[in-house]
Design a protein around this ligand. Structure first.
Ligand code: UD1
Ligand code: UDP
Length: 362
């Protein structure tokens, strides 16, 4: 049974790393990996394949940058070619990027069944490119592997047939359990930066709603400069955000206050997350990892798909609108905790996905 996996963005390499191992353990499944090329810098792509022991993709399409329709359209054309050549029995896609939608759409049009990992998440904000991608991908998928009870409920509310919804838990939790305990406070990036555990705020920003709206990005910058007067701010800067910061003319000012660094590999990121006093982010994955390591988090967005950790008190939503409010929320959250909840499964999501595909495929 041939399974073709389509990935292209940083979080997808991380998610696929555990699922590929689980697929490899099934005698009946063979996996072919296609990298669309959406993320292409060494520290946004290669580093994850190397660190997480992933096989080199069989195909690398080298498609990135440009506008959404342009990028997704080019992916659709090239993925269709690969599917026609490989004739897989199932196409596996992850999350909510343009690579996800292009893969799902190309497969659906060729009547190849689609399996969607991280199905059912919703922000209910159709202005987000990710919401469009995930709603459409779910609509054409045959297996909807949900990470949370909320995701399952969202799909039911949309009228998705119960037999298509398969609750498995969050594959990112699987990865965090695997690597989290191995990463200690000594050495690695903290050693290199000369920063002590629990003495800093970790920040990541990359969402279009923040990077492409100068007023919002300015609020984030000004708030973090204020926070940096009290404690260090460490910020691995996504390439998109570096460009946006440069464009609004505050890259230099910010770099005088915060430790701006290039994107880091997964293990360094785990260390930065685990030992932070607080994480301020607009990333989906980083919000959850903050919770996995029981670090308080402020999410710099209007809404989140991962509502369960907001409800449990580990995460606070703070739309970047007013500098003082943001500073207060960040400083007020340092040292806070939340309820003891476990909404992301048992750390065996990848195995459940592989077992289900192996048993359903003829
Ligand atoms: C994409 C996903 C987003 C996901 C994020 C993970 C879409 C619509 N968005 O956002 O859902 O949360 O990945 O990080 O699919 N760039 C580089 N080098 C790289 C990668 C990107 O310079 O290695 C530049 C690109 O040229 C582009 C910009 O960054 O101009 C944005 O990249 P893109 O992949 O379009 O979106 P992300 O913001 O990374
Ligand atoms: N990540 C990383 N290095 C970084 C920033 C993030 O390894 O410099 C990891 C992070 O630990 C998480 C994933 O990338 O596992 C999140 O990806 P991202 O924030 O790009 O996308 P999102 O989760 O928002 O889709």
């Amino acid at each position: 049974m041939k399974l073709l996996t389509i990935i292209g963005a940083r979080p997808q390499f991380i998610k696929a790393s555990v699922v590929s191992v689980a697929i490899g353990a099934q005698d009946d499944l063979t996996e072919i990996i296609v990298h669309t090329g959406q993320h292409f810098d060494a520290n946004m792509s290669n580093v994850f394949f190397e660190e997480l022991g992933m096989a080199k993709p069989a195909y690398h399409l080298n498609i990135n940058s440009g506008r959404h329709g342009d990028m997704t359209g080019r992916m659709l054309i090239e993925i269709e070619r690969v599917l026609l050549a490989e004739k897989p029995d199932v196409v596996l896609v992850y999350g909510d990027t343009n690579s996800t939608l292009a893969g799902a759409l190309a497969a659906a049009k060729l009547h190849i069944p689609v399996a969607h990992v991280e199905a059912g998440l919703r922000s209910f904000n159709m202005r987000m490119p990710e919401e469009v991608n995930r709603v459409l991908t779910d609509r054409v998928s045959r297996w909807l592997f949900t990470p949370t009870a909320v995701a399952e409920r969202n799909l039911r509310a949309e009228g998705v047939a119960a037999e298509l919804i398969i609750p498995v838990g969050d594959v990112m939790y699987d990865v965090a359990l695997h690597y989290g305990a191995r990463v200690k406070a000594e050495g690695r990036i903290l050693g290199g930066l000369g920063i002590k555990p629990a003495s800093y705020v970790l920040t990541t920003i990359h969402r279009a709603e923040n990077t492409d709206v100068p007023e919002r990005l300015m609020v984030i910058v000004d708030a973090l400069i204020q926070v940096a007067r009290q404690m260090s701010v460490v910020w691995p800067v996504h390439p998109r955000t570096r460009g946006a910061l440069r464009q609004i003319g505050c890259l230099e000012k910010l770099s005088q206050h915060a430790r701006l660094i290039d994107p880091v590999g997964y293990l360094d990121m785990v260390q930065l997350e685990k030992y932070a006093a607080l994480i301020a982010t607009d990333s989906g994955g980083v919000q959850k990892e903050a919770f996995f390591y029981r670090v308080p988090c402020v999410t710099l967005r209007d809404e989140t798909e991962w509502v369960e950790i907001v409800d449990a008190g580990w995460n606070r939503l703070a739309a970047p609108q007013v500098v003082d409010n943001l500073v207060q929320t960040i400083e007020g959250a340092v040292g806070s905790t939340g309820q003891d909840v476990s909404p992301y499964g048992s750390g065996d999501a990848a195995e459940k996905i592989a077992l289900r595909l192996a048993s359903d495929l003829p």
